[in-house]
Design a protein around this ligand. Sequence first.
Ligand code: H53
Length: 837
Amino acid sequence: MSKAQRPKSPCEPREPTRTGMSKEALKQAYIDNLFFIQGRFREVATPHDLYMAAAFTARDRLLERWVRSAQLFKSSHARTVCYLSAEYLLGPHLAKTLINLGITQAAREAAEELELDFTAVLEEEEEPGLGNGGLGRLAACFMDSLATLRIPAIGYGIRYEFGIFDQRIEDGWQVEVSDNWLRNGNPWEIPRPKICFPVCYGGHTERYRDADDQWRTRWVPAMVIQGMAYDTPILGFGTDNVNLLRLWKSEAAESLDFQAFNIGDYYGAVHAKIEAETISKILYPNDEPEAGKELRLKQQYFFVSCSIQDMIRLHLNTVGPIERFDRKFVAQLNDTHPALAIAELMRLLLDEHGMDWEQAWGITHRTFCYTNHTLLPEALETWPVALLERLLPRHLEIIYEINQRFLDQVRIRFFADDARVARMSLIGEDGERQVRMAHLAVVGSHQVNGVAELHSELVRTTILRDFHDLWPERFTNVTNGVSPRRFIMVSNPRLGRLISEVCGNTSWARDLEQLRRLEEHADDPAFQARWREIKSAAKRDLADWMAARTGVDLDPVQLFDVQAKRIHEYKRQHLNVLHIIRTYQRIKQDPNHDLVPRAFIFGGKAAPGYFAAKLLIKLINAVAEVINHDPEVNGTIRVAFMPDFNVKNGQRLYPAADLSEQISLAGKEASGTGNMKFSMNGALTIGTLDGANIEIRRAVGEENFFLFGMDAETVAHRQAEGYRPWDHYHGDPELRADIDLINSGLFSHGDTSLFRPLTDQLVNHDPFMVLADYRAYLEAQEHVSSAYRDPARWTRMSILNVARMGHFSSDRAIREYAERIWAVEPLPVESGQETEH
Ligand code: H53
């Protein structure tokens, strides 16, 4: 180690190495951390050691702000938002933490002086994949915005030992690899062994008389495990406010059952430990609920019980008394996954705190709010009554009582309307009796919101219509948003710098309406040239990455046409594939056909048990294989599948996209957030009138958006009158030729049956009406091509897209929640030091 790199003696005056923000302080801190935490010096450090030292250097600065935030929140008895979510898809921490601290430049310079490759250090981080897709990523954006808006908040969730699987592509098929993200340690979390709570399952309930001779119920469980807290600090941008993400890990209440052990039953003793640890072991890799899966229900109850117990503990430790609980906390249910929290808070208030029903219900009802994220019937959670009875007997009793009191209200309000009573009941009676979690969530909450205007409207008029009739004031909309820190500053630093130049500083990143200032440059040729250069550079980066990872060569001159999201039939990746096949057939028919060169790029994971989605991945790769190797195509078009689409890889895609594919069947995508990420990075959208596409189109201007397809009303109408995909197949020769080409075996080495399940489904059933929108989609793609031929026009459209995306910041969404739903106020933590903000 050189003299300059040796830690100075603690006696020498210097900027504190654990909190200093200058380049010199960061350098010194980095060397100290490499030495004292990793036990390494520069010459022998592995890439992982180099990353860990950087992570700890950032973390020290986080912790200092965190402690100050916690002190302030405690002493001021601040009203606090509790976000309850079974998923958080956080993405890599380091780059975002540096940005939020305002020390990216200083850290980069420090790294250069230490002769470290700054980008390589950032790349080393393995992201915590504690979510499947949109819903989990939304929770992460919301945590980022809550801190940025200085709103005291706690995110509660599960610390899955194995997050969403890593995806590999082998022979065109998806192969799932387990995500051992904790293997190398997680520098961003602090274990809290003293913050743990018992969680009970099974057994029975008993009635007894308490000291006041009142009848009460107690639960005698069959099994008790415990949840231990792991805390991750979440710092806002341009503020010292740090919020808490508290994730629960399940453990045996005692590590070994010594009684079993003493009589020689070693396996029995270890078994209880394994059973307990299994609960937080793995994230279910499915966007839809796992019907009847006992472990999934155990997971939901596990994290909800720990969280509510923790909230009560925090409340009693600060303001108390328990009667004022709902003044201290408001709890947002991110979908129905945490809806058991309603029954759990009731249980604790009734059975542990001796409250009467009315008072407990008043508190519970004032505490909770519920966000609905889907209308898809298969995604609406229900749990068999029999399973609840076995696993959570006390909660089932409470749910029955909530239901009885609720239905009494319905009977009075809607006199003699038995059908309505049956529809609204918390218990579904057709087939096996089921608890309807969405109904529980609505009844137990004082506000219910959908996640885009159309979606909220459909929530009110379809799946929750009866509830809207009863309580119209309870329903509202908050359109989703995404974090501009994550999806512009971290993902697309070149664009971020240009925007900062136009706006004069980085304050646009917490006031995204400032993007409007780009509008005045939309027609300036010099500015346009810079804009295009930024896009080209991102395309080159992506092309390099894809070439190294997949062997597919992309040419940045091509139009990068990207569809990246979960693979699902309603998102209609197959519609995109049909367009590719059509383009290919046109080239084959006329090799001199004048085409805009395009790279069709896909990314996304399929649920491991979702056969049709996995076959779609195989089809995309099979089409890629043929087209990319056909000399006649000669590179005019390319097809590529990015393996392992996650936050980190998404960050490579968004900046590089020219065209964003948002082509779900109208009425099916609740909001979408990828649509916002692409548009914020200057991609133009080809899309249907679905989810937030509608609002994006309105914001950016219809002339800057490629619209096609049926709207939700037409879809409903066509389905009601009996949709026959067969007619489209027979009535449109090009469509028929495209489907027939798949069936011909061209993409499957002569195997004419491989893709049959997919094409048969399209031709015979087509529940997502791919064939009905095919022609309109091809026409819209023609408009895309002609716009792309005119670089000045395209660039103008791209600039205007970014300029008008201010509304889609998650800060705006959180502001709406704070004002209209939560009634919470910012509580700024006094700023410590000057940074780059
Ligand atoms: O939630 C996103 C929406 C998106 C919707 C998605 C979602 C999940 O990721 C998982 C389950 C679920 O019911 C819904 O599909 O449209 O943007 C965030 O609201």
